[in-house]
Design a protein around this ligand. Structure first.
Ligand code: SF4
Length: 385
């Protein structure tokens, strides 16, 4: 993307997300839907996806294959999947695959390049072996850094790494070391997420039993503040609450979500949002394959959003971006006057110092999160809903 994140050329063309619901081992903090890998179920699943992709009228503006662990798939299955998805991608589409350092190798990287993948997102999470172990990750810090270097050497220019901060026992100094290591690597994008304790995960249960003590809120806020100071000082623009990118390397797929654009979601637990209707797929891979193979719907819930609900959701996701909400953009996108629709929330949030006005030509032209607002972004989003 050349002209910053306001550029929205493909806004009417949906994005495509494909969920690969297989992982070698479940990480302690993860509540995404995934099961263990098996060649038989994976083959049946990829065939089901190929069939579903055949029924989609393209093109799509971005493709994102996530999970789960897409790189858990063996090479022939990956090729079949990527070829099907690649056929739907518009010319110049961003085409991302998520990779786990443990299952990424030179052969798969070559295959990705052959099939048109132009962006990799590597689940590094940490450069500290003890922390990786505490999180239940199966790879070492060395392997994670190696995966990044190998990807770059094989020809990937657009590389994201995911990092987690605020793991039990982590200090702000530890966090600084992680950030310093991250910017040494040849990456163009860094997603830095605070650890959350999602209900039902092993880490949540361990905390409940008192076996794990979360870092305190002040520490966690300091770690986030470190990231938002350090990464921009090293060339990574803070463009969304948890995301930092070198100029021109913002993730177009996620920008589409934050603009409340349309998207198609394939795979168990995936969500689609087309024509104001949100649909969620069944979270069971066997049942998903069974239904898809029989030509039946894989949707388990469907909701048509009213006009003001769509507009409020747009506000709730768009506020996450550093550019915030431009009132003119909002009116064009939703048909609603932002300050009328959100008058109570705006009063409350600006009174609390969480949002501020953006002024253009002497007039209030939009709102955006303040530094404090970034720390409490979830509160801001739910207030706008
Ligand atoms: S964090 Fe990623 S690799 Fe770990 S269980 Fe979740 S989806 Fe799988």
């Amino acid at each position: 993307m050349k002209d910053g994140i306001m550029q929205e050329k493909n806004e009417m063309t949906p994005s495509l997300y494909i969920h690969i619901p297989f992982c070698a081992k479940k990480c302690g903090y993860c509540d995404f839907y995934s099961v263990g890998y098996g060649r038989g179920p994976a083959t049946a699943y990829v065939e089901a996806l190929v069939g579903q992709m055949g029924a989609i009228r393209g093109p799509v503006s971005t493709v994102f294959i996530g999970g789960g662990t897409p790189t858990a798939l063996e090479a022939p299955l990956l090729r079949r999947l990527l070829r099907g998805a690649g056929r739907l991608a518009a010319a110049g589409a961003e085409f991302t695959v998520e990779a786990n350092p443990e299952s990424l190798d030179a052969g798969k990287l070559g295959l990705f390049l052959d099939e048109g993948v132009n962006r990799l997102s590597i689940g590094v999470q940490s450069f500290n072996d003890k922390k990786l172990k505490r999180l239940g990750r199966i790879h070492s810090a060395k392997k994670a850094a190696y995966a990044v270097m190998l990807s770059r050497n094989k020809g990937f220019k657009d590389l994201n790494i995911d990092l987690i901060f605020g793991a039990p026992g982590e200090t702000p100094d530890d966090c600084s070391s992680e950030l310093a290591r991250a910017v040494e690597l040849p990456v163009t994008h860094i997603s830095s997420y605070g650890l959350t304790y999602e209900k039902g995960t092993p880490l949540y249960n361990a905390r409940k039993r008192g076996e794990v003590i979360p870092v305190d809120g002040e520490y966690s806020a300091r770690m986030y503040s470190l990231a938002i100071e350090y990464l921009p000082a090293h060339g990574f623009r803070h463009y969304e609450v948890s995301n930092f990118a070198k100029k021109g390397f913002e993730c177009r797929h996620n920008l589409n979500y934050w603009r409340n654009g349309e998207y198609i979601g394939l795979g168990p637990s995936a969500v689609s949002y087309i024509g104001g209707v949100r649909k969620r797929n069944i979270s069971d891979v066997r049942e998903y394959v069974k239904r898809a193979a029989a030509g039946k719907s894989t949707t388990v819930s469907s909701e048509r959003l009213s006009g003001d609900r769509k507009a409020k959701e747009t506000a709730a996701v768009k506020i996450r971006t550093a550019e915030g909400i431009d009132f003119g953009w909002f009116k064009g996108k939703t048909g609603y006057d932002f300050l009328k629709l959100e008058s109570d929330a705006v009063k409350k949030l600006s009174g609390a110092g969480l949002i501020e006005y953006r002024v253009s030509k002497g007039k209030r032209a939009g709102i955006a999160l303040t530094e404090k607002g970034f720390l409490f972004c979830d509160t801001v989003s739910s207030e706008l809903m």
